[in-house]
Design a protein around this ligand. Structure first.
Ligand SMILES: [Zn+2]
Length: 247
């Protein structure tokens, strides 16, 4: 049987591959949606050495909330029950990623990989993205990272600014999501495999901002669990479209 293939003109391309008239349309569409008209091929960050953290991302210009910063294809991915051994070092760049001691390919994979949903056999999988893997963590992130299985031929990982990021600031994501609302100690526990101690203001226990953050997260966590309790477990009925009133 002939495999289904999407005609080339409908396949996703990187922004710089689009003819200029489409880029102009995209620019206008982003303006209409009040999203800053930056395209992923604009160089908005550089990878630099971050004090005490190894490599990290630094903003090259002032960045508005909602700005796309990156879309990236996986260097490789594996089902989550796979052991990543030395043979994976053949993927160029994988062995250069940071890893706490004792460093092994498996541990390097665990601390640098991103979840990618399920594969064709319905097994959860994770992959390595060389650029995104260099973003450091903060419990108060200024960027958000998401896997998009529908982007491109093989899916892509995207990174967006979620708040205003001034030029020269470090771009940071939250490694703990969705455990961000847990206490400081629980967040540290969840990150223990990464081999670093978060020094963001939310993790400074003896400061007003640290205490304020802790209290806010607790309130938000309680509200979230109340919402979970009130949302019907079987909500099929809720999702059935209502019939249009005749009068
Ligand atoms: Zn922190």
């Amino acid at each position: 049987m002939k495999a289904f293939s999407i005609p080339s003109q409908y396949r996703w391309k990187s922004a710089k591959q689009y003819p200029s008239k489409y880029r102009q349309e995209l620019h206008l569409a982003l303006q209409r949606l009040a999203i800053p008209p930056n395209l992923p091929n604009q160089k908005l960050f550089k990878i630099t050495t971050s004090a005490g953290k190894g490599q990290g991302w630094k903003a090259l210009k002032d960045i508005q909330p909602g700005t796309p910063l990156l879309d990236e294809e996986a260097l490789f991915w594996v089902p989550d029950d796979t052991t990543v051994d030395e043979t994976f070092d053949r993927f160029e760049g994988f062995s250069t990623l940071s890893c706490p001691n004792p460093a092994t390919p498996q541990r390097r994979f665990e601390v640098n990989s991103f979840a990618m949903g399920k594969d064709r056999r319905q097994k959860t999988r994770s992959g390595i993205f060389l650029l995104a893997s260099r973003i450091n963590h903060s419990c108060i992130p200024n960027a958000y990272c998401a896997w998009n299985s529908d982007l491109g031929k093989k899916g892509r990982l995207t990174v967006y600014a979620i708040v205003y990021i001034p030029k020269h600031a470090e771009i940071l994501i939250d490694y703990c999501y969705p455990d961000s609302l847990k206490s400081r100690d629980q967040r540290h526990q969840g990150r223990s495999n990464y081999g670093f101690t978060c020094t963001c203001t939310a993790c400074q226990s003896n400061t007003d901002s640290g205490t304020e953050s802790q209290n806010s997260r607790q309130i938000m966590g309680n509200l979230e669990s109340q919402i979970d309790q009130r949302v019907p477990q079987d909500n099929n009925e809720e999702l059935t479209p209502r019939s249009i009133p005749t009068q």
